[in-house]
Ligand binder design. Sequence first.
Ligand SMILES: Nc1ncnc2c1ncn2[C@@H]1O[C@H](COP(=O)(O)OP(=O)(O)OP(=O)(O)O)[C@@H](O)[C@H]1O
Ligand SMILES: [Mg+2]
Length: 336
Amino acid sequence: MLTHIKDRYMFRIERQIAKGGMGTIYEATQLGAKEFEKKVAIKTVLPALARNERFIEMFIAEGRLVADLVHENIVQIYQLGHCSKAGYYIVMEYVHGLSLHDFIHFHSATHERIPHELAVFITSRIARGLAYAHSRLDGEGTPLNIVHRDICPTNIMITTEGLPKLGDFGIAKAASSTVSANDRILMGKLFYMSPEQAQRIPVDHRSDVYSLGLVLFELLALTRARSKWSKDILDAARTGQVDWDALPDNVDPDLLTILRHMLTADPDLRYADTSQVAYELEYFIYREGYGPTVVTLENYLRQNFPFLYMRASVPRKTAIMESVGRTAPLTTSPME
Ligand SMILES: Nc1ncnc2c1ncn2[C@@H]1O[C@H](COP(=O)(O)OP(=O)(O)OP(=O)(O)O)[C@@H](O)[C@H]1O
Ligand SMILES: [Mg+2]
């Protein structure tokens, strides 16, 4: 009987996508037998972090925990590898689409609001992915207590099919245990941290509820909930400050109630779990019997980001900046 397969993986690096806080992300092709090819994304770990034994230890431990997460709203991890040239690296599903960061940036630059129903749809899908991860059990039925810890617009992607996906599961724990409080990486993350996480007290899945609330806030307001306190961001994060005045006036009162509940500083008074958040958000958009779906979001992307659907690959940043520079307003409402 076959008991093991020992093989070597080979990846061809196609292009550098971005440089993140913890490493560089590449588009790559995994090469298999004969002409087999599969497009993947590869994230390498910054040499400075890779030298830190504690980081690597936690990075591998968390990688094992999240390896089995398979959900349509989560960027799937395929492999954790190591080689002398690249050091430690993660192979994951390649997401063709754009990050929520770019999506928000496009809207704030063009002064066009994101339709609230689409903002809620995206958030509700990510809440579903989180609810799945939060409820995972080990072989003995004990909760794995997976917490994402780094929910923010650069870690959420939308595919060209209109599917929102949460990435970088399991990476934040390793990073937050090794970077110091005044580190630049950590300071950037403070815009999306729950108060308990910023206070560095042990967190559970309710911390992800809060961070997701901050993302929903930003989708509605097109500005970060704590932008006002950029200079004092650590304090704003620890005390759970939210610039409620930055929200537009036309946010539905029911949606505002959900958002306030997600952004409650005391975790005991917040939503107890993400499936409840997902349920409430879904109820909000589908209560009339019909609401946005992946098709609505895809049509919206087709209309606003046509370059994503062109065959020739246009550098992403250039294309987004060109779209931002367009002068003609949208002719039809994507929500129709
Ligand atoms: N699996 C993927 N497929 C395609 N593009 C991706 C993928 N993962 C990330 N990206 C793109 O790369 C960008 C940078 O991601 P990366 O995770 O490296 O940095 P970051 O999220 O800004 O910071 P951090 O290192 O703290 O997570 C994302 O915003 C997204 O646009
Ligand atoms: Mg990331």
